[in-house]
Design a protein around this ligand. Structure first.
Ligand SMILES: *[C@@H]1O[C@H](CO)[C@@H](O)[C@H](O)[C@H]1NC(C)=O
Ligand SMILES: *[C@@H]1O[C@H](CO)[C@@H](O)[C@H](O)[C@H]1NC(C)=O
Ligand SMILES: *[C@@H]1O[C@H](CO)[C@@H](O)[C@H](O)[C@H]1NC(C)=O
Ligand SMILES: *[C@@H]1O[C@H](CO)[C@@H](O)[C@H](O)[C@H]1NC(C)=O
Ligand SMILES: *[C@@H]1O[C@H](CO)[C@@H](O)[C@H](O)[C@H]1NC(C)=O
Ligand SMILES: *[C@@H]1O[C@H](CO)[C@@H](O)[C@H](O)[C@H]1NC(C)=O
Ligand SMILES: *[C@@H]1O[C@H](CO)[C@@H](O)[C@H](O)[C@H]1NC(C)=O
Ligand SMILES: *[C@@H]1O[C@H](CO)[C@@H](O)[C@H](O)[C@H]1NC(C)=O
Ligand SMILES: *[C@@H]1O[C@H](CO)[C@@H](O)[C@H](O)[C@H]1NC(C)=O
Ligand SMILES: [Cu+2]
Length: 591
């Protein structure tokens, strides 16, 4: 296997250098519109692309150009983010609301144009205007140009998009989060490829399952995407094992397991051989959550069916009447996720690896937590449960405030390289004050518990500037002030190497020596363990303004975000070109 992988990288480098290899254009029109969908005996008005949930798949070959004409007939301003696409020199197409563009206003259009170069596997697209991504999302599949994988070519690709079905007004839910979070705002259920599955019914109507028909002996590549707003999910198929071969559109060292953990924003590619007796097997997606004293939300589980083509119709032979159920990890077992992620490693031949093995230019230690601010800019107020204050999430004690007048990238374009703009402040390199970040006694518990003690914090638009090609290390520290939540941290415009993770407080004297600098996995989203930390490194080689945030919707809505600005290089082909002429204007924005 190792030899095949090395050969693969050599082949990629060769084809990148070979002139004249023809790239195709993959073109779509995305019509964004509100429509009613009926589930659980209820019609719910949802915002969809081309009437589909999940939305259309974008299927491309490495090196292709993708063109998506977005036609917005919804009542909301919309942007679409191409999650994990590196967007080399095309930051304008990144689709991060108020970071790289102002929203595409109702009854207007915008064309996204970018290349998918130097990455293969599974990514996804989603709305990046607040919470609308719950229904505005779809898969991106990037296949190898050579047609060959660093493993045996699977018989078939199977997107497995884990989603949630909401029957609430998402804009109101978003407002609730921005005003401090309401744990009563929950989805109605979990979905696999838009199907709630047969665990859900109303008045005798059972919801459809996603059904995967398989042929015995064939290998299927399941491309898992977690597109939900809230939870990490475990995924299993009864009677089958997986070989994990990719994550976030990067190949990983093959790893065999019977359970996958996939956090919001992550993608995981696995091979599944149909080698079980020809019966019916449930595939199950189960949300996990930390145990009490963290607030508990209802358990969300969806199931689909893996069905062998020659399974006896009138059940008999060796098959049971019911499809077989896998034994799932306990809903509160967050260790299974820790181990799953700990077992991901990358390919030692990656060309960027040499750069992150040596000198590090910038070190950041980012504490992810929660505090409170007084309403109406008052200097003091009653905190915790009181109407006078709201709870916000922070990075290093600053809660991110989205700019309102102009996107950060446009401001960058209008400003001299080092000028301050729009009152943007530097994100501190480390927590202003150290405390025992992961002491469970600090978990805020409602009612009547530690919530009163949520400390004062502040809101500001923060950013970090990096020189072109700077080597950056970031250590994310989950803290008990954000309950004992994990934090799936996502960076736009770059993949990063995940060097280590651990429980408790990060301690460089002890933990640096444990860094994997040999074959770390390359990702765009890192699951920072609950009451723990994770360390990443990347090369800031893509000029632009890149959003960096938690992919739990209620954490980002509460301000767990910042921006990494990467400087242009000395030459024109290391400089971000000017914006496309149809970039939405920031004027006429509704407030
Ligand atoms: C669906 O509609 C029914 C009847 O209209 C209502 O009683 C029920 O609460 C709704 N279910 C959900 C999950 O919203
Ligand atoms: C968009 O156009 C439709 C049809 O012309 C119109 O009914 C609607 O009010 C417009 N929406 C906005 C926000 O202007
Ligand atoms: C896409 O790739 C082509 C060929 O390398 C290049 O000419 C073009 O500028 C690229 N477009 C973008 C938006 O990066
Ligand atoms: C938002 O919060 C309000 C007030 O706490 C609550 O009544 C409502 O159900 C919440 N959710 C939505 C979707 O409005
Ligand atoms: C419907 O769901 C309920 C509880 O969720 C369950 O007890 C019942 O067996 C289900 N009915 C059918 C027909 O699946
Ligand atoms: C049922 O199982 C037995 C023993 O495991 C096997 O010999 C037989 O071929 C199976 N029958 C079918 C129809 O799969
Ligand atoms: C890999 O998974 C196994 C089994 O769950 C676990 O014992 C081991 O600690 C994991 N390795 C890492 C580095 O997390
Ligand atoms: C931090 O809290 C944990 C859990 O209560 C405790 O085990 C540990 O000793 C504390 N560390 C320090 C430095 O106080
Ligand atoms: C956060 O900053 C506020 C001032 O904005 C200060 O009162 C508080 O002590 C700080 N908390 C931490 C944990 O640094
Ligand atoms: Cu978070």
């Amino acid at each position: 296997m190792a030899a095949a992988i090395l050969f693969f990288y050599a082949a990629m480098a060769l084809s990148a250098g070979a002139a004249g290899a023809k790239a195709a254009v993959v073109e779509h029109t995305f019509l964004v519109k509100q429509e009613n969908m009926r589930h659980l005996c209820n019609d719910t008005l949802v915002t969809l692309v081309n009437g589909q949930f999940p939305g259309p798949a974008v299927e491309a070959t490495e090196g292709d150009t993708v063109i998506v004409h977005l036609v917005n007939e919804s009542p909301y301003g919309i942007t679409i983010h191409w999650h994990g696409v590196k967007q080399t020199l095309s930051c304008w197409a990144d689709g991060a609301d108020m970071i790289t563009q102002c929203p595409i206003q109702p009854n207007t259009t915008f064309t996204y144009l970018f290349n998918v170069t130097g990455q293969e596997g599974t990514l996804w697209w989603h709305a990046h205007v607040s919470i609308l991504r719950a229904t505005l999302h779809g898969i991106i599949i990037i296949r190898p140009k050579s047609g060959s994988y660093p493993f045996q070519k699977p018989h078939m690709d199977v997107p497995v998009i884990i989603g949630e079905w909401w029957q609430r007004d998402l804009m109101k839910v978003d407002k609730n989060f921005s005003n401090g979070g309401h744990f009563s705002d929950n989805p109605a259920g979990a979905t696999i490829n838009g199907k709630l599955g047969d665990l859900y019914n109303c008045s005798g109507f059972v919801e459809d399952n996603f059904v995967l028909n398989v042929e015995q002996g064939k290998t299927y590549m399941l491309r898992l995407v977690n597109a939900v707003l809230f939870s990490e999910y475990y995924f299993k198929v009864a009677g089958h094992k997986f070989t994990v071969v990719g994550a976030d559109a990067n190949y990983v060292k093959p790893y065999t397991t019977d359970v996958v953990a996939v956090a919001p924003g992550e993608t995981i590619d696995v091979l599944m051989v149909a080698d079980a007796p020809p019966c019916r097997y449930y595939m199950v997606a189960l949300a996990n959550q930390p145990p009490a004293p963290d607030p508990q939300i209802p358990v969300f589980m969806s199931r689909g069916v893996v069905q062998y083509n020659n399974a006896p119709i009138d059940v008999g032979g060796n098959c049971t009447k019911e499809a077989l159920m896998p034994e799932m990890p306990d809903q509160h077992d967050t260790l299974a996720s820790f181990y799953f992620h700990g077992n991901l490693s990358g390919l030692p031949s990656n060309p960027l690896l040499a750069q992150i093995q040596g000198h590090v230019d910038e070190h950041l230690y980012i504490a992810l937590g929660k505090g409170s601010i007084c309403k109406g800019n008052k200097p003091s107020c009653k905190r915790g449960g009181s109407d006078e204050s709201i709870e916000v999430a922070y990075m290093n004690n600053v809660s991110f405030h989205l700019p309102e007048k102009m996107s950060i990238l446009e401001a960058r374009q209008h400003t001299k390289a080092n000028g301050a703009f729009m009152g943007v402040q530097d994100l501190p390199s480390q927590p202003p004050r150290s405390f025992n970040f992961t002491d469970p006694a600090l978990i805020p518990v409602v009612p009547g518990g530690k919530l009163e003690e949520l400390e004062a914090t502040r809101k500001a638009t923060t950013m970090r500037r990096f020189a072109h090609n700077a080597v950056v290390e970031v250590v994310f520290q989950s803290t008990a002030t954000m309950q004992s939540d994990s934090n799936p941290m996502h960076l736009h415009g770059h993949d990063f190497f995940v060097l280590a993770q651990g429980h408790g407080n990060y301690n460089p004297a002890r933990d640096v020596s444990g860094y994997n600098l040999v074959d770390p996995a390359l990702k765009n989203t890192v699951q920072v363990p609950r009451l723990g930390w994770a360390a990443i490194r990347f090369v800031a080689d893509n000029p632009g303004a890149w959003f960096m945030h938690c992919h739990f919707e209620f954490h980002i809505a509460m301000g767990m975000a910042t921006v990494f600005e990467v400087a242009n290089g000395p030459t024109l082909d290391e400089t971000l070109p000017p914006p496309p002429s149809d970039l939405p204007k920031c004027t006429n924005m509704k407030e």
